[in-house]
Design a binder for this molecule. Structure first.
Ligand code: SP5
Ligand code: ZN
Length: 364
């Protein structure tokens, strides 16, 4: 089986100097070098062809994100620097917290915003409305890179369906699973996996899709976007009580039509290879296989690695091959979408191990 990678150099346009965490500025960790190491490993280990994305425009992005949020993403950096904001990027310091919800909110009449004065909150107010942490740094070039990452995911979805490949890797950067319909956070701006999933279901009419999110962190954005729907099924394995802190409990099971179609598996800090593979196999057999998905979208983060500077699980490089094999055992065509992973020296080998484990384990 051949595994195709989609990749765009435009990710390099997103290269913030710093992020804000624990009350300090420190070097930005979600660096272009991450993806450069991955593409290098793909080439040296002959994973398969590497192709450039097509441009599908904004319409597929707007099926997931609101128009006012996309407009914010496009204009935020210019508006911020115009008023004398930090040229290294947009860092909100006023926050549109839930208590500001206004009963007579003008925008809520349009069924959109919960706040009276947003999205017109002005150049200082808007960032605190559309951003929930200090690591989703919008710098010069961030919009172009995020736009292209969504196009990489969309191209991956098209290839998976039309080229009859059983595996496609969308090498997206910036990542996406923390982005909500109108919120950036956790290094994420557009939810690439969600955009590809909507495209698979609505445009390519593939039937049922399961999202399997194996990034170290809970994919709060993907969960929120699909929380009221039974297609896709969303399944996440992640470290318990870690970032993004407010979501990821097993009690979050979906609502309305989506009841029962959101599955969270929080894992204790320090989880190692054996327990991880056991938990993955268990949820795959009990929840994903019975759903009989036609396609699977894997939110692939390797921040579960033992030496990851951000994460706190202890998976080894060899174990990523097993993870790929376990996913392959579903015999379901898979779109892998790159999410997190910050141990730069090992990131290429870890990612390619998952993909090779899948490629070589797949039988249709
Ligand atoms: C896509 C993705 O993986 N986003 C993750 C964003 C997590 N950002 C907050 C991380 C806080 C980590 N604290 C580091 C403690 C050092 N061990
Ligand atoms: Zn992560």
């Amino acid at each position: 089986m051949c595994l195709i990678t989609v990749y765009s150099e435009k990710h390099k346009l997103h290269d913030p100097v710093e992020e804000f965490e624990l009350g300090r500025f420190r070097p930005f960790q979600e660096t272009p070098a991450r993806v450069e190491h991955i593409i290098e490993s793909i080439r040296t280990r002959n994973l398969g062809p590497v192709i450039s994305p097509r441009d599908f425009g904004l319409a597929p992005v707007l099926k997931v994100h609101t128009l006012d949020y996309v407009d914010y993403m496009k204009t935020a950096y210019a508006a911020w620097t115009e008023i004398g904001g930090n040229p290294n990027g947009v860092f909100p310091d006023v926050f549109a917290v839930r208590e500001f919800k206004m009963p007579n909110a003008r925008s809520s009449e349009a069924g959109k915003s919960k706040f009276a004065y947003t999205p017109e909150g002005g150049p200082i107010g808007r960032p605190g409305y559309y951003c929930y942490d200090g690591t989703a740094v919008i710098a010069d070039g961030t919009y172009e890179a995020a736009y292209d990452a969504a196009q990489v995911a969309l191209t991956g979805a098209e290839l998976l369906v039309n080229e009859m490949a059983n595996g496609v890797f969308a090498l997206c950067r910036p990542p996406g699973h923390h982005a909500h319909e109108d919120l950036c956070g956790g290094y994420c701006f557009f939810n690439n996996a969600a955009v590809a999933t909507r495209h698979l279901i609505d445009v390519l009419k593939v039937g049922k899709v399961a999202i399997l999110d194996i990034d170290y962190h809970h994919g709060n954005g993907s969960q929120a976007i699909f929380y009221h729907q039974s297609n896709p099924l969303y399944v996440s394995l992640h470290a318990a009580l870690e970032y993004p802190y407010y979501t990821g409990s097993e009690r979050e099971t979906g609502e309305g039509e989506g009841t029962g179609y959101n599955v969270n598996i929080p894992l204790p800090l320090g989880t190692q290879d054996e327990e991880y593979v056991a938990a993955l196999t268990d949820v795959l057999e009990k929840r994903i296989r019975p759903y009989s998905p036609d396609y699977i979208v894997v939110s692939l983060g390797v921040d579960t690695f033992k030496d990851d500077p951000v994460g706190g699980l202890f998976l080894t490089t060899e174990n990523y091959t097993r993870i790929g094999q376990v996913i392959a055992s579903l015999s379901c065509p898979a779109l892998f979408v790159m999410e997190g992973g910050y141990a730069v020296a090992a990131i290429g080998e870890n990612v390619v191990n998952v993909l090779m484990g899948f490629r070589d384990g797949f039988s249709s």
